[in-house]
Design a protein around this ligand. Structure first.
Ligand code: 3H9
Length: 698
């Protein structure tokens, strides 16, 4: 069946696109549109409507064609043909008009959209810029500031807002085809001249040289390390200062530059990684999903409360269980505070916030969880307590309910064994703050059923999380790797570096925060408490935690006590260097017989990132993660790893596995084999001369 059809409806030629799932602009679609527009120039039609079948208008260029030999017509060429049509073309938008999709609509002469439609230019999220005239046409309609905001955030806007800023001409209700035909007939009746966006001028009063300089400065902060946003600003400047055709040339040159950049390669990898991570390799296609209509949550602390918000935000009622009325009230107050913050930022109305909170019922009685379809335990991180909770759940919950633990370290198999239904037990590891962080690590126990795994993946999608599947091991994918990263940060501190230096190196690399600043944010007490009760052997080498423990013993628990690896301003939370910390570090080095030396930034970076990568390889060889890209998803969405480097495993391929392997071997010689043993899979791939991507695709 053809992806483009063309039909006369009275005086109007209707071009219908049908390229599921999202009408991406594949070669077939581009050629089909070009043929239809060409054919329409000589037929009886007086105007044309361009619209899509299926769930959405065009979602953009076909990303799977990127990097392949170009096939004509290219999108920019097609859009020149579209705009040059001698008959008016009306784009009729439903769903989402994104990237090249919106650019296609902008090359039409008029645009109407359903109220539920959204439009946007998300290219920046792929390390790109709108490359089919978008950077030149949008500012001609909206002015400079709105155009820059649209392109540098990549966030879609609703039809009403698009109308407001001049991006579309009309919001239409009811049946889209009839509304678009009416609109086309109006245009014909008015005998209006063709409205070509390229003929318009950019409003010169909307931007000055100072405005651009200021915008660049804020971009450098907001999108630290990313190149595409700055190229977008260059394009908009060209739109302001040069004729349309010249501006198009600037856009083309910078688009090609972006397309060839390593950042775009990494972000395109992340685009597909994010979608791939919800696919479970060995699940039978006909696996039944369970219906999740009511959710119980045990524990109303920071985590439990955040988890509850995820569900009520999508209309699923929650029963929140705590040990006492007081604890319950504290939990509800915390949730109320969170919603109040969202309201104060203008992201939610008071009515909606109240409605959502009303969907949370408090209880102190386990019997009230009897009818829940899913129960998530979010109590203290202690195996015995968790086992007791699950034994109680086993007694009260209906058969078939999913029993999930939010544990970040504990053995899900042992938790499952405390019930008579291990097939229904799974780990759903949310990240703090749970109402904000996108990652959901789904931990599949040895006996977890296919239905429970598949339903958990579907739950993640319904609450707008990005899932990644892990098998059971200590710390699962994310925290298991993090231990090695944190270990190297501690050792670098002891051996010669400073918190501010290590954090600066990692932030420059692109991490959202450096490891010591993260330690202060999370609380230095967490690691200390986790080590309490462990034998020396279980705790591991004292050099990997002696500084943290010394700070803990001084009452420096991090941000919450105003001091940790740094000092914090009580009002602003601004951090500053504290000389006391250096004294602690030096004293510990002396005590452990470590001679402090200068450590180069490069060595710090390699020690921290290669520690992550080497453990990532072990996680793959043990089958803990399904695929390398799932590890990338975990790190990009849960740990602030820069998406423009594609996650640690993609980064490994860009560095080269041979280099990583040899460096890890050198580190083993220099810093000790107890910390550095190259993963067998890493060694194997180096011997076979393969990249990780090749291994994953084989
Ligand atoms: C661009 O336009 C450049 C131009 O400026 C210049 C060119 C010269 N291509 O997300 P979903 C697949 S750059 C190919 O799960 P949803 C996706 O992989 C592009 N495939 O659905 C998935 O496949 P699978 C700018 C695409 O309902 C399936 O469709 N546009 C594309 O949650 C379903 O996707 C964008 O960046 C694509 N463009 O969300 C928009 N888009 O089933 C990217 C999707 O095999 N797309 N697929 O896993 C989106 O944001 C979301 O897909 C959308 C639907 C909101 C549309």
């Amino acid at each position: 069946m053809s992806v483009v059809s063309y039909q006369l409806e009275g005086d109007i030629g209707v071009i219908r696109l049908n390229n599921p799932p999202v009408n991406a602009l594949s070669h077939a679609l581009r050629s089909g549109i070009q043929d239809a527009v060409t054919q329409a120039q000589d037929d009886a039609s007086l105007a044309l409507v361009l619209m899509c079948e299926g769930r959405t208008f065009i979602a953009g260029a076909d990303i799977s064609e990127f990097g392949k030999p170009p096939m004509l017509p290219s999108l920019p060429e097609l859009l020149i043909v579209l705009e040059a049509s001698k008959k008016p073309i009306i784009a009729a938008i439903h769903g989402t008009a994104l990237g090249g999709g919106l650019e296609t609509a902008l090359a039409c002469h008029y645009r109407c959209a359903l109220p539920s439609a959204q439009v946007g230019l998300p290219e920046v999220k792929l390390g790109l810029l709108p490359g089919a005239g978008g950077t030149q046409r949008v500012p001609r309609l909206t002015g400079v500031k709105a155009a820059l905001d649209l392109m540098t955030t990549g966030a879609p806007i609703a039809a009403a807002q698009a109308l407001n800023i001049g991006l579309i001409d009309k919001v239409v209700e009811g049946d889209l085809l009839s509304a678009a035909l009416d609109f086309a007939n109006e245009v014909i009746a008015q005998g209006a001249e063709l409205k070509r966006v390229s003929d318009l001028e950019v409003d010169k009063t909307t931007a000055s040289a100072e405005f651009f300089a200021e915008y660049r400065k804020t971009l450098s902060k907001r999108l630290r390390g990313q190149e595409a946003p700055h190229r977008i600003v260059e394009c908009i400047e060209a739109a302001l200062n040069t004729p349309f055709d010249e501006g198009l040339k600037v856009e083309r040159r910078l688009f090609v530059e972006c397309m060839q950049s390593s950042q775009s390669g990494a972000l395109q990898h992340m685009f597909f990684a994010e979608r791939m991570s919800s696919k479970v390799k060995d699940l039978p296609k006909d696996t039944q999903l369970k219906d999740i209509k009511r959710v119980g949550i045990i524990g109303g602390g920071l985590m439990g409360g955040g988890i509850a918000m995820n569900f009520v935000n999508v209309g699923i009622p929650v029963t929140l269980l705590e040990i006492s009325q007081e604890a319950l009230q504290r939990g509800k107050d915390l949730i109320a505070k969170n919603y109040a913050m969202t309201v104060s930022k203008g992201k939610l109305t008071v009515e909606l916030a109240t409605q959502r909170q009303d969907m949370i019922t408090g209880t102190t009685d386990y019997n009230d969880l009897a009818d829940m379809d899913l129960v998530i335990e979010a109590v203290f991180e202690n195996l015995d307590i968790k086992k007791q909770v699950f034994a109680k759940l086993d007694n009260v919950c209906k058969q078939g309910a999913i029993l999930a633990s939010n544990t970040s370290y504990q053995d899900v198999n042992l938790i499952a064994q405390s019930t008579s239904r291990p097939q229904d037990v799974i780990g759903l590891h949310f990240f703090s703050p749970a109402n904000v962080m996108k990652l959901l690590e789904i931990v599949r126990g040895d006996e977890t059923s296919d239905e429970v795994v598949a339903t958990s993946m579907a739950i993640a999608k319904s609450i707008k999380k990005v899932p990644a599947l892990s098998r059971v091991c200590y710390g699962f994918i994310g925290n298991r790797m993090l231990r090695h990263y944190a270990r190297e940060a501690q050792l670098c501190l002891l051996e010669g570096s400073t918190p501010q230096n290590i954090d600066a190196v990692m932030q420059k690399f692109g991490m959202a925060m450096g490891p010591l600043a993260v330690g202060d944010l999370a609380g230095i007490d967490i690691g200390y408490k986790a080590r309490e009760g462990l034998t020396d052997e279980q705790k591991g080498d004292v050099r990997t935690y002696c500084i943290a423990d010394a700070l803990y013993e001084m009452g420096r628990l991090g941000q919450k006590t105003g001091a940790g690896y740094y000092q914090y301003d009580p009002e602003t939370r601004q951090r500053s260097v504290d000389p006391v910390v250096m004294e602690v570090i030096e004293a510990q080095a002396k005590k452990r017989g470590v001679e402090r030396k200068v450590i180069s930034d490069k060595t710090i970076l390699d020690r921290l990132t290669f520690a992550l990568i080497n453990e990532g390889f072990k996680i793959l060889e043990e089958g803990i993660a399904q695929r390398p890209s799932d590890i990338d998803v975990v790190y990009a969405f849960g740990y602030g790893f820069p998406a423009y480097r594609g996650g640690p495993m993609f980064y490994a391929d860009t560095i080269g596995l041979e280099k990583i392997y040899h460096t890890v071997c050198e580190f083993a010689d220099t810093y000790g084999e107890e910390f550095w043993q190259p993963a067998a899979l890493l060694k194997q791939l180096v011997e076979e001369g393969k990249t990780l991507t090749q291994w994953a695709n084989s």
